[in-house]
Design a protein around this ligand. Structure first.
Ligand SMILES: Nc1ncnc2c1ncn2[C@@H]1O[C@H](COP(=O)(O)OP(=O)(O)OP(=O)(O)O)[C@@H](O)[C@H]1O
Ligand SMILES: [Mg+2]
Length: 529
């Protein structure tokens, strides 16, 4: 045994001696050159090419490294069995998975397979730096076949950056911007005030006819995925939706559902706070892409029936420097016009920035100028109607806690359940009740049990249907057509009272009963669909 150790020690000594001789004979430069040459030779005969994406680009962080990390965490990882690191960035609402050190992952793009390796090595000789550098050097190495190089680059990298931006946006919470400060700018020169947007409305909670809901979701999905389509057809990448219908039918809820579905921020544009077309344009230019720009109750905001006519000047208000703008004479010329609004949605300015959705809402589509309604400007007109029976089923499930349609039907098999459900179906249309009013009844009665809450709702429907029948008979005898007009005025007043101050807005639909509908408007609306 002793001989063995002696032999090993002398062998190691010989190696050390040889190494010393090599070091002494060949200077470091020569050795490095040989290593480089060998590396080049290997690469020249390798069927692959390699690209390093380092974490640090000089002194600054490399954005592509972050993008690759996010991208790999979402796409290639789960199936590959790779080891993942788990993190949750500050202010983000969800977790992200990253590739752990020295792990590999496979990915495919445009039919070509690629390999990513995450290489982590300790940083040697920190040296002097104004900014502390990470203790480890990290990089992703992309390996692709030589033949695929032209096909993959730079398209694959563009794809990764776009996908990472998308993941980042989805992980972050939405923002709701308002222009309640009028034209005044904040310290960073922005006219919009952001607040976190946590509206719980989604397409799952939205009560409307399932087929129409699916059509709207498909349209939104096509829009969001339509970059190539819009480029090919030479159209600006934007889309307009006009949501119209009685109060409390879910127009605002639909906007929130759209934002949550697409992961877009929302700009709530208060037109009455905008003093001129130029200011409107400035507001538009300060919106980001992937956003929904909303003008609620467009018929109430400004007089939009005459393209050329300016609106009355807005009331004097403090300007940026704190002085009061008393510009009475020139005020009229400075106020916004219909053509200003049309330019906002459709003119050349509307194309600065991409992937933007405009949503206008109104209770009175008949009050809008046809110019605002023509296709291309408002691409989709969506009538938010009274609660239909299929929409009611969604509300019953959500508010009373039915897990599925089957559970709802099962409950209705018991006792008089089937009779109640059939009754609801029968009386629904005659009662002309909004989803907001249905939800109110369900909220009030939800503690009495599912069956009882449904019975209560049926009673409410019957009473409303009977009232409507009586009103229409009485109204027709007294003064035909008067009912609708009178109802409208009351309804408008009630709505305005509820919507001021602005925070009460969501409440408006719940509180307003919305009984006095303009029959003509509704007939017109139904025609449009
Ligand atoms: N289609 C719907 N699906 C689910 N909930 C709805 C629907 N419509 C209304 N609601 C409920 O009623 C409330 C008010 O609805 P919402 O504000 O969306 O109505 P609106 O059509 O925008 O009314 P308004 O014309 O007064 O602005 C919502 O918070 C929601 O709880
Ligand atoms: Mg609304």
């Amino acid at each position: 045994m002793k001989e063995y150790w002696t032999a090993l020690a002398s062998l190691m000594g010989a190696f050390a001696f040889l190494q010393g001789v090599l070091h002494a004979v060949f200077p470091a430069e020569l050795r490095a050159a040989v290593a480089r040459l060998l590396g080049r030779l290997t690469r020249a005969f390798s069927p692959y090419c390699y690209f390093d994406v380092t974490e640090m680009d000089g002194m600054s962080t490399n954005e592509i490294y972050d993008a690759v990390q996010l991208y790999l965490s979402s796409t290639a990882a789960p199936a590959s069995g790779a080891r993942l690191s788990l993190s949750r960035p500050l202010n983000a609402s969800s977790f992200t998975f990253g590739l752990a050190a020295s792990d590999r992952v496979l990915d495919t793009f445009a039919g070509a397979a690629v390999t990513w390796e995450h290489v982590v090595a300790p940083r040697q000789g920190q040296g002097f730096s104004w900014r502390p550098l990470p203790e480890e050097k990290r990089r992703f190495t992309l390996r692709i076949r030589r033949g695929d190089r032209d096909k993959l680059l730079p398209a694959y990298l563009d794809h990764i950056i776009a996908a990472a931006a998308d993941i980042r946006r989805r992980n972050q919470d939405r923002l709701l911007y308002t222009n309640a400060r009028g034209g005044a700018m904040d310290a960073r020169g922005l006219p919009w005030d952001p607040v976190p947007f946590k509206h719980p409305s989604t397409f799952d909670t939205l009560a409307m006819d399932p087929a129409r809901k699916a059509a709207i979701m498909a349209d939104l999905r096509d829009f969001a995925d339509g970059s190539a389509f819009y480029e090919r057809t030479g159209r600006a990448w934007k889309r307009g939706y006009l949501l119209y219908g009685p109060p409390g039918t879910g127009k605002s809820s639909m906007i929130a559902a759209m934002a949550n579905f697409l992961g877009y921020d929302v700009y709530d544009l208060e037109l009455t706070e905008v003093s001129s077309n130029a200011e409107l344009r400035k507001l538009l230019m300060k919106t980001t892409s992937k956003s929904i720009i909303v003008i609620e109750d467009i018929d109430c905001s400004v007089d939009l029936t005459n393209r050329a006519k300016p609106n009355p000047a807005p009331k004097p208000r403090p300007s940026i420097d704190g002085t009061i703008d008393q510009d009475g004479g020139a005020g009229a010329a400075r106020s916004i016009t219909l053509s200003g609004l049309l330019n906002f949605t459709d003119g050349l300015w509307s194309c600065c920035g991409a992937e933007r959705i405009f949503v206008f809402t109104t209770n009175h589509i008949e009050k809008l100028d046809p110019a605002l309604l023509r296709s291309g400007r408002m691409d989709m007109h969506i009538f938010m109607s009274f609660c239909s029976f299929p929409a009611l089923r969604i509300l019953l499930k959500n508010y009373l806690g039915f897990q599925s349609d089957e559970e709802l039907d099962r409950l209705c098999d018991k006792d008089d359940g089937a009779v109640v459900l059939r009754g609801l179906e029968e009386w629904m249309d005659a009662a002309e009740i909004t989803p907001a009013d249905v939800s109110e009844v369900l909220i009030k009665n939800r503690r009495s049990g599912k069956a009882e809450a449904m019975r209560e709702l049926l009673d409410v429907l019957k009473v409303r249907a009977e009232n409507r029948r009586r009103a229409s008979v009485g109204g027709a005898a007294a003064a035909p057509g008067n009912e609708a007009g009178g109802g409208d005025t009351e309804e408008e007043e009630e709505k305005r009272a509820l919507e001021s101050p602005k925070e009460g807005k969501e409440q408006a639909g719940i509180d307003s009963c919305g009984d006095g509908q303009d029959e003509e408007a509704e007939a017109e609306a139904k025609k449009q669909l």
